[in-house]
Structure formats: C-alpha cells, structure tokens
Design a protein. Structure first.
Length: 294
C-alpha cells in the first residue's frame, strides 16, 4: 500500500524530517518553485500537512489540497493556521503542547537573568562603577497563566519573586494574584512576561500604556509571539528610557529583527528558539508523528 502523502511547509529539525521520510511519502514544499507548482503536481496526494512557526497553513493551501485530512503543527502555537477554514472543512489541527513547556519557561528566566546582567554591563564598559539589579525578589507579572505561564511562575517563585498574572480566566488553584487588567498588572510588576496565545484580542496586548505602567525600571520578557508587543512603541520606550529593558525571543515580523533593537544595549534577543533543545525537538517530532498515525 502506498504510504500517506505528507507535506512539510518549511525545513525543520533534521530528526523530524528523517522520521517523517521513513514513514510517509514526504513532500518538502521548499523543493518546489511555488506552492501552485507543487499543488498542480501533487496536491491530490497530500493527506497531511506538517507546519511550524515559520510557515503555517492558510486558507488557499487548505483549499488547494482536496484530500487533506489533518494539519499537524510542529509547535505549541497555531496562530498561523487558518482554524476557521479547517473547522469549516472538518480538518483536525494538532500541536505539540507540554513537551516544550520546560524549555520555554527556562528561556524566559534565562532572558530575565541575562538582561539584568546586560543592563549592568553597559555602564561598566565606560568604567563607571555600577551595581547590578537582581532578579531575586522582583515582582513578576505574567500575561497568560496556561502551561507555560505556570512553569515560568514556578521558576520565578524559586527566585523568591511574588507572582501575579492576567489571563482570560482566574486560575484560583494557582494561588497567584489575579489582575483582570494588564495595565494594573504592569504597574505592580517589575518584570512582565508575555506567555499567552496570540489571538485577535492579545495582539499588541503590550502597548505604550502597558510599557509606561511597567516603567523605567521595568523589564519586559516576550517568549509568546512578536505581535503581542507593539514593537515601534517598544523601541521608543527603550530608547527614551521609559522602559528599563526587554528580553525577546519573538519579533513582530520574523525572521526580521528591527535594526533599532539590535543596536540597543538594554535588550537581550534570541531568534525564536524557545523549544530548540535536542530533547524537546525530538519529543515534538515524535508527537507530530503520533498525531499523524492512525
Ligand atoms: O513558538 C513556538 C511554538 O509555538 O512551539
């Protein structure tokens, strides 16, 4: 029996590519001159699409694959998949939750720690005596108290940080202080971490008002999605000293990173690598494959 046709939207970690190739009739979209050319030649063979944060699945793609039965994304976020179209066509969408939670939470803490060090280093280059702000004990506000938000909270608690959060609903069992309003959360936080899902409602959830409420000593960490933060406003706030610093793993127009951000000394940047550890990439790949197998 011929194996199922699976389309990968973009290059991913070698392990997932190898594992998919072993089991399925794998098509790599980037080996074709265009999606149209691919769809004309092989569109009817595809029964599954494997997407990632880099290249998702839009309505045109879904409409061009008449035998599509499942979209499986190699990511926890599925904001770049047209869920409405999938729902309309009865196509299930799967993702890779849980297995990457620890890595993303680790990165949020790593960004906060290295950001404090960076802020302390820049004046030191001018040889003026300067003391380091410390992370321990800082009031941490988390936007989004899902799996990742909770894992960040647990880690920050170990640093003696009081934890507050904003999310769609109160998570009473967490025992952390809930804010129904992001502005108030920011005003009462010294470190504000974005860990929520990207939706229409959470786009630019960190706007100028929130940055100003966080203030000149405040630190913003974004391990969610770039569009959660109004980036031009972020650059102004950092440049004008209205915000203390930012640790960013995600950007508004990935893979591009705004020039100004690269030049600022009070930022630490990583190129959307929250789940890029060997163990987690393998676990994510195994989950994608398990989701595809009948
Ligand atoms: O950003 C990474 C993911 O959604 O897995």
């Amino acid at each position: 029996m011929e194996s199922m046709g699976v389309l990968m939207t973009c290059p991913m970690h070698s392990y997932i590519q190898e594992q998919l190739a072993k089991r399925f009739n794998l098509f790599k979209l980037w080996h074709f001159p265009s999606f149209v050319a691919f769809a004309q030649a092989h569109g009817t063979s595809v029964r599954a699409v494997v997407a990632s944060v880099k290249v998702g699945v839009d309505a045109t793609t879904i409409d061009s694959l008449p035998n599509l039965q499942i979209v499986s994304t190699y990511s926890v976020g599925y904001d770049n998949i047209d869920l409405r179209k999938c729902r309309e066509k009865g196509i299930p969408v799967t993702n890779t939750p849980d297995v990457l939670t620890d890595d993303v939470a680790d990165l949020a803490i790593a960004l906060a720690l290295s950001l404090f060090c960076t802020i302390s280093h820049s004046p030191r280059r001018n040889s003026a005596p300067h003391l380091t702000p410390k992370l321990s004990g800082k009031a941490v506000g988390i936007i989004g108290m899902g799996r990742i938000g909770l894992a960040i909270a647990k880690r920050a608690e170990a640093f003696g940080c009081p934890i507050s959060y904003h999310s769609r609903s109160v998570k009473a069992e967490s025992g952390y202080r809930y804010y129904s309003n992001v502005l108030d959360l920011a005003a009462d936080s010294e470190v504000l971490v974005v860990a929520c899902t990207l939706t229409h409602e959470t786009r630019h959830i960190v706007n100028r008002g929130v940055m100003d409420a966080l203030g000149p000593k405040g630190i913003l960490i974004n391990i969610g999605r770039g569009p959660h933060v109004d980036e031009p406003e972020l650059v102004s706030a950092l440049t004008e000293g209205r915000l203390g610093g930012a640790g960013l793993d995600v950007f508004e127009k990935e893979p591009e990173v705004r020039e100004e951000l690269l030049r600022l000394e009070n930022v630490v940047l990583t190129p959307h690598v929250g789940s890029d550890t060997v163990e987690t990439c393998m676990a994510m790949a195994d989950l994608v494959i398990a989701n595809l197998e009948p």
